[in-house]
Design a protein around this ligand. Sequence first.
Ligand code: UDP
Length: 237
Amino acid sequence: MEPVIIGDKLYEGKAKAVYATGDPDVRVIKYKDSATAGNGARKAEIAGKGELNRRICSKIFTMLNNAGIPTHFIRDLGEDGQLVKKCAIIPLEVIVRNVAAGSFSARFGVPEGAALSRPTLEYCYKDDALGDPMINDYHIKALGLASDGELAETARLSFEINELLSAYFRKAGLRLVDFKLEFGRTPDGIALADEISPDTCRLWDMETNAKLDKDVFRRGLGDLAGAYAEVLRRISG
Ligand code: UDP
């Protein structure tokens, strides 16, 4: 495989940075050790978190690619990051839930841990200055953020990804409570982009309900890197 030339930094977010490569259609993503919560209100550097998230995310995207889900992921580059296809991110967070938790429990007064009779999906508008407000299909279309066809495709893919991911984590003794996805536009159509990791999923131990995700940091429950290492160990088993 040809060595990857890593060029200029194009974008830096809270947990990742994106770099140009020698190929204009390809980017490199590097994962940072920063952890943030509450839209950046709580911050910390957690040694090892970036590498753990990259390794977990690369395994998940490899599984999804093999299952036929269109994703931006090309391959893992080890400590250099991840090689991905360039895509234009649709500014929506797509949240899929199997069990009530977090903002869903708070908004609807449903106890955390209550099973939902079917998976749900909701959108948030990706805008830090606005605090990523929840947004519905009509708003999305009225604001021209995505078309009918794109929304139908992202919803279809999101529920399919939920089935694949839930089974994947179940084998590792983990319950997939909820997760956040982002999609991008590529010349070949919509593709899953961004990351899937314990930063973007709620994962509970199947037996004990112990949290093995970013809630450990958000709620000050202890050793975040230890929890992420346990997720990696279980999906590698
Ligand atoms: N999530 C995320 N990024 C966000 C907001 C949510 O990755 O900016 C994930 C979060 O980790 C959880 C799911 O989406 O797995 C649902 O989060 P929720 O709406 O319950 O929000 P929270 O309680 O985290 O504020």
